[in-house]
Design a binder for this molecule. Structure first.
Ligand code: ZN
Length: 177
């Protein structure tokens, strides 16, 4: 690259700062991985509870500890954070710095999601994924609309479904469905 040493020094100092910032940001964000009772989840739970649905939460005996379990319907619901689960919507951008670290991490999350869904389906569960962006933020659906979609799916026969605004694209182009 033929850089002069001053430039190189600047670059490594710059990199050091970036790493420090990243480490702080990363541990803050990492501490949220696998966090339960997120805002999105509470929103969905209270809407469904008001609509008369009863469910178990965070059943650790099942693959991926589904957020809501409806034994009567033989169904589980995952409330997926768009960022961690690579929805492909406006809430799921990949950080510019340490790009590879993040893409790898997101890919592992996606593989884990797919594996959990596969295992659940194999043991006869029906699996619905409700994306965070339909519950929170600028594209959120009215809660009665989310409830209507979940109710329709629960009473239906589809083994798998999603409550999402748009078909997923971007880094989750495979989709989870
Ligand atoms: Zn989303």
């Amino acid at each position: 690259m033929g850089r002069v040493s001053g430039d190189r020094q600047f670059r490594s100092a710059d990199r050091l700062t970036m790493d420090t910032v990243d480490k702080a940001t990363r541990s803050r964000i990492m501490s949220r991985v696998g966090q339960k009772d997120t805002g999105a989840e509470i929103t969905l739970r209270s809407a469904l509870h008001k609509a008369g649905f009863r469910y178990r939460v965070h059943d650790r005996r099942l693959p991926g500890s589904p957020d809501l379990v409806f034994p009567r319907f033989g169904a589980v619901i995952f409330v997926h954070g768009c960022y961690w689960h690579s929805h492909g919507c406006y809430r799921s951008t990949v950080p510019k710095s340490r790009h590879k670290f993040w893409t790898d991490k997101f890919q592992r999350n996606q593989s884990r999601d797919k594996r959990n869904i596969r295992l659940l389906l194999k043991s006869g569960w029906r699996v619905l994924t409700v994306w965070e962006c339909v519950l929170l933020g600028k594209n959120a659906m009215p809660s009665h609309e989310v409830t209507r979609r979940v109710r329709t799916w629960l009473h239906g026969t589809d083994a798998q479904g999603q409550v999402s605004r748009k078909p997923t694209r971007g880094r989750n182009r495979d989709g989870l469905a």
